[in-house]
Design a protein around this ligand. Structure first.
Ligand SMILES: Cc1cc2nc3c(=O)[nH]c(=O)nc-3n(C[C@H](O)[C@H](O)[C@H](O)COP(=O)(O)OP(=O)(O)OC[C@H]3O[C@@H](n4cnc5c(N)ncnc54)[C@H](O)[C@@H]3O)c2cc1C
Length: 369
């Protein structure tokens, strides 16, 4: 609980990730009283990840997947700072912005996602494009897709996100008059962390989309026109996407918050090691019941975080969050087909796509209500 008194309290939401967008949406009906609310995000919109592969494939327009953070902030009287947090001083209760401004808070929550920057890979920073943050990736893809000349794309990381992006690119470029090749690279086997059904059905879809699979491929360097492997061989590549793994943002390391492999540790109330500071979404590690990084958890944390912001201000006991053990995984397969899996059963086809499309559009539609 924060100190009582009649003074207005300062609540700062760091990052406009899925949880914070939903919190802003819910606060319209159930506002925080006597509070100055600030949201920090680089950009006034944040893309919804579920629709990103559909945008890459050409099924959605760019603004279909944009959550309008400015509008959400305006509706609840919050201030949106178009900027980036680079640190926190949890002893003083300050968020530090890129321009060195120190923003005081009584309560804060961090929802900044992850990055797929491959800092240790030579040439990636100059010549590669991380799949996350999504906004930057989406605009780089838009430019590349409409450019003239041969299109040799390589996606590093053969997990679900990498496979989805590769199929979406292949679908988008299927009628491109230039030479097109899309390669999915993995240092071991693609989809090795997924079920046998997912491996079989997604592999078939990759082949149908003419995505070339390079397994056991250890990347040594990315150049402006190629990917070079540790055995000295190379492939032509003029658009190299990093989709391998989830890397926490560097600046989080200097906040003093307790971390697990760089992710902010939270307890079941979503509170970090610093009282009054919460963390949600991919940047948080749920030490009480760890889960993989997936938007479904970010979404389900939103009502608990909203309640706990209210309760922290009023002094009640905080609510706890129990992450679900299974959830419907939906993977788009390039064209209007998707793979869906739950409780060990997996199916693919157009009906799965229609289900995914409906879920995603409903998710976005709620923000305009
Ligand atoms: C291609 C792809 C497809 C995916 N599809 C699915 C799917 O279908 N289903 C699913 O469940 N999951 C999916 N995921 C995973 C999903 O993207 C994440 O789990 C989800 O986005 C996590 O949301 P989040 O709340 O952590 O924040 P994010 O959506 O990651 O957003 C973080 C926000 O914080 C902002 N930010 C970053 N740094 C700072 C900073 N320093 N200061 C202030 N703001 C900052 C970013 O600009 C961004 O707006 C997919 C991922 C990828 C890469």
């Amino acid at each position: 609980m924060i100190t009582p008194g009649n003074l207005r309290k300062k609540v700062v939401l760091v990052g406009g990730g899925h949880t914070h967008a939903l919190v802003l949406h819910v606060l319209k009906r159930d506002p925080l009283r006597n509070v100055d609310l600030t949201v920090i995000n680089p950009g006034k919109t944040a893309p919804y990840s579920g629709m990103l592969p559909g945008f890459v494939a050409g099924h959605y327009q760019r603004d279909d997947l944009d959550i309008d953070l400015q509008e959400l902030a305006d509706r609840v009287g919050a201030t949106l700072i178009d900027g980036r947090a680079v640190g926190m001083d949890v002893d003083e209760g300050h968020v530090i912005l890129q321009d060195k401004t120190r923003l005081p808070y009584d309560l804060a929550s961090v929802d900044v996602g992850i990055t797929s920057h491959m800092k240790a890979l030579p040439g990636f920073a100059e010549n590669g494009i991380p799949a996350k943050p999504l906004a930057e990736f989406a605009s780089r893809w838009d430019t590349y897709r409409s450019a003239e000349g041969p299109k040799n794309a390589a996606i590093i990381g053969g997990g679900i996100a990498g496979a989805e992006i590769a199929m979406a690119m292949a679908f988008a470029l299927r009628n491109d008059p230039n030479d097109v090749s899309i390669k999915l690279l993995d240092r071991s086997q693609i989809l090795s962390h997924n079920s046998k059904t997912a491996q079989r059905l997604v592999r078939q879809a990759l082949l149908r989309n003419s995505v070339e699979l390079l397994e056991g491929a250890n990347v040594a360097e990315v150049t402006p026109s190629s990917v070079v492997f540790t055995d000295g061989t190379s492939i032509d590549a003029n658009f190299v996407v990093g989709a391998a793994g989830a890397t926490p943002h560097d600046w989080v390391r200097n906040t003093g918050l307790h971390l697990k492999n760089g992710f902010i540790e939270v307890d079941a109330t979503l509170q970090t090691s610093a009282p009054g500071v919460f963390a949600v979404g991919d940047c948080a590690h749920m030490s009480f019941d760890p889960r993989p990084k997936a938007g479904v958890f970010a979404v389900r944390q939103a009502p608990v975080l909203t309640a706990n912001l209210h309760l922290s201000l009023s002094g009640g006991a905080l609510r706890t969050y129990q992450p679900q053990s299974d959830y419907l995984k939906l993977v788009s397969l390039g064209g209007k087909h998707a793979f869906g899996e739950k409780t060990g059963y997996g199916f693919s086809g157009h009906l799965m796509w229609r289900l995914k499309d409906k879920i995603d559009r409903d998710f976005m539609r709620q923000f305009s209500a």
